[in-house]
Design a binder for this molecule. Structure first.
Ligand code: ATP
Ligand code: MG
Length: 420
């Protein structure tokens, strides 16, 4: 094979592409009802946007970005996540706050390719901008919970944590740094860097030896200020009140620098190593970081590929030729022209119909109809055109009947031509 797709990218074949459209329209319907407006941002931005917001200590910025220079010497990057671009767009276009936005956009990360992890993937993101109250967190989490339930995510569970605010985090960070220094030699190279740049991020480390050291790390719980405790308690009470099961995970920090207070992950026990379907939380400082007015915000993003894997399994990636409900089989040149007319009339009536325009005698045409997986065929020859009566053949049973145009409409219209 001369040309292959780039490592870590995927071809989304018809079955999966269809399933994605279904998922997107489900999401669109639910989010519209909750007041979310769609937004789309450019596929590439200035590198600095992500450096500033996603964060210099995040894996995305340090290891995963597709960063490049264009011919004008601009320092650019393919979008690795949606939130920074959306916040930039809100600021740049002076959108009125509060506002609720959602998107479905491809993301690019030079991750190590494996099941559930690709170099181009698609995320659905939901951002509530300008709402600081814990009720916004509860509403958002419930929205996610309901969406994933509707999608049929199997083995779903929700992890919840708070990472405090700037004020109460600094005392904790100091204590954590002290602990990490004591264990400096045992930490992986990445954590040695994280320790100095953003110590909280060590909790996101995937290296087992680091994780076992971190079990003894001091807890952030003892450092939360009263406002953060109150906010977190209100979120938890809300989840309990609305019967949304959650597990508190003190070590959940999320991989991006801009989070504050609430952090969440929806996971699926069916996914194996890459089990996070959705990550999110509060990012009250991001707008300020980007040069805007201080603006509280909370949101989440889920990977479409992982959501499909967790709801429909591996089978979604397979593709079997789908069936054609009705195939017109013209015999001869005159019939071909006539078939096209009939095709448009039937389609206008809402019937899922195709035509076989290659030339051939009846037995060749029937063979083709079989290969194309047609459920029923309509045989159109000179006599049929003259009489206005065609032979409708069931390809499974071989049963044939003579039908006129109106009869054909009656037969197919109730089923809208969707199935055999
Ligand atoms: P992980 O730790 O699983 O790599 P992450 O923290 O990098 O996740 P986020 O940045 O929070 O992920 O992205 C939100 C969601 O997007 C993830 O929960 C996951 O469903 C999906 N996602 C992230 N990276 C990839 C990828 N490389 N391929 C496919 N889906 C991804
Ligand atoms: Mg990642």
């Amino acid at each position: 094979m001369r040309y292959r797709r780039v490592k870590g990218t995927r071809d989304i074949l018809p079955h999966e592409a269809e399933a994605r459209r279904g998922l997107e329209s489900q999401v669109h319907e639910q989010l519209s009802k909750a007041g979310f407006l769609p937004i789309l941002t450019p596929t590439f931005e200035y590198y600095e946007l992500y450096q500033r917001s996603t964060g210099e200590s995040s894996d995305i910025v340090t290891k995963e970005m597709y960063r490049f220079q264009d011919m004008g010497g601009r320092d650019l990057a393919l979008r690795p996540e949606g939130t920074p671009s959306v916040m930039r767009a809100v600021l740049e276009n002076r959108l009125k706050i509060p506002i609720r936005l959602w998107y479905v956009m491809p993301m690019f990360r030079q991750d190590k390719p494996q099941k559930g992890r690709y170099r181009e993937h698609t995320q659905v993101g939901v951002e509530v901008i300008g709402e600081a109250e814990p009720q916004a967190d509860i509403e958002l989490i419930k929205l996610g919970f309901d969406l994933f339930t509707l999608m049929g995510i199997k083995g779903m569970f929700l992890e919840l944590n708070t990472i405090g605010c700037r004020e109460c985090r600094s005392g904790y960070t100091e204590q954590l740094t002290g602990f990490l220094k004591e264990h400096h030699d045992e930490l992986c190279a990445d954590c040695k860097v994280r320790m100095n740049r953003n110590p909280l991020r060590v909790f996101d480390c995937k290296v087992a030896s680091c994780q076992s050291i971190l079990k003894q790390a001091p807890s952030q719980r003892d450092h939360l200020c009263s406002a953060c405790i109150e906010h977190f308690d209100a979120v938890k009470a809300g989840l309990e009140r609305f019967s949304i099961p959650y597990e508190e995970n003190e070590r959940l920090v999320r991989g991006l620098d801009y989070y504050s207070r609430t952090v969440i992950e929806f996971k699926s026990s069916t996914l194996g190593a890459q089990d996070t379907v959705c990550g999110g939380g509060r990012y009250d400082y991001l707008m300020g970081e980007l040069g805007g007015p201080p603006t509280a915000a909370v949101g989440f993003a889920f990977g479409v590929e992982r959501a499909l894997l967790a709801s429909r399994g591996e089978g979604i990636f397979e593709f079997n030729q789908s069936s054609i409900p009705l195939l017109l089989l013209p015999l001869g040149d005159e019939a071909k022209v006539y078939s096209l007319e009939l095709l448009f009339k039937l389609r206008e009536a809402g019937i899922g119909v195709q035509a076989e325009f290659r030339s051939g005698n009846l037995s060749k045409q029937l063979k083709r109809a079989n290969t194309r997986n047609a459920c029923k065929v309509l045989i159109i020859g000179e006599n049929e055109i003259a009489s206005g009566k065609f032979i409708l053949r069931d390809m499974q049973t071989g049963d044939q009947q003579e039908v006129g145009f109106d009869e054909l409409l009656n037969l197919f219209c109730s089923a809208k031509g969707q199935s055999c």
